[in-house]
Design a protein around this ligand. Structure first.
Ligand SMILES: [Zn+2]
Length: 196
């Protein structure tokens, strides 16, 4: 019982769009970003390969990523809402519905046109997904990885204690580092060298 529309809905769920936003922000954070890495994320999230991005496309997408980072950096739902409201006011169009000429189920867009530039689409689709997640969860829709060695953002989701790290890899590395630090601290104290 699998219609193409079901597949489309899964691939284009709000959560998937928010995760795509985070993945794009992360791959666009290095200056300059690698265009092939950006194209890889886009194809991984269902854009038809090959994705052709000009240097101007990538530069404009990076500017959008810098703006979106403010939403991920907000550590309180009110701050995240303020950041999103700024972007919705200054950088996205009015809400509209599109079926891409009948090729997809009807769904909302905040960009000006189905053929809008990549950067406009990226900012608008990310604002849309993060806005809905904030609405549903009444909490910041994303966060910055707490590891000092990582600058990635991630999507927060679900109940329970808030996640602090972008990935299991970062969480493990920081746990090991903290363990090592505490071991060193204990030794220094017992040696009487770190009594301050
Ligand atoms: Zn991380």
């Amino acid at each position: 019982m699998h219609s193409p529309d079901d597949d489309w809905s899964t691939r284009h769920s709000v959560l998937t769009n928010a995760r795509r936003a985070a993945a794009l922000v992360n791959v666009l954070t290095p200056d300059p970003p690698r265009p092939d890495a950006v194209a890889e994320v886009l194809t991984a999230y269902g854009e038809r390969a090959p994705v052709e991005l000009s240097p101007d496309d990538v530069a404009a997408m990076r500017a959008a990523a810098v703006l979106l980072r403010e939403v991920f950096a907000a550590d309180h739902v009110d701050r995240a809402a303020e950041a999103l409201n700024r972007l919705l006011l200054e950088h996205t169009g009015p809400l509209r519905l599109t079926s891409h000429g009948g090729g997809t189920p009807w769904h909302p867009h905040l960009d000006s046109d189905d053929d809008a530039p990549w950067s406009e689409w990226f900012l608008a689709s990310s604002c849309m997904a993060l806005t809905v997640l904030l609405w549903e969860g009444q909490r910041p829709p994303g966060a910055l990885c707490a590891s000092p060695r990582c600058s990635d953002v991630f999507v927060t989701r679900g109940g329970g204690p808030a996640r602090r790290y972008c990935s299991r890899r970062c969480a493990t590395r920081e746990r090991v580092a903290a363990h090592r630090r505490s071991g060193v601290g204990t030794r220094e104290v017992s040696d009487g060298r770190a009594g301050r």
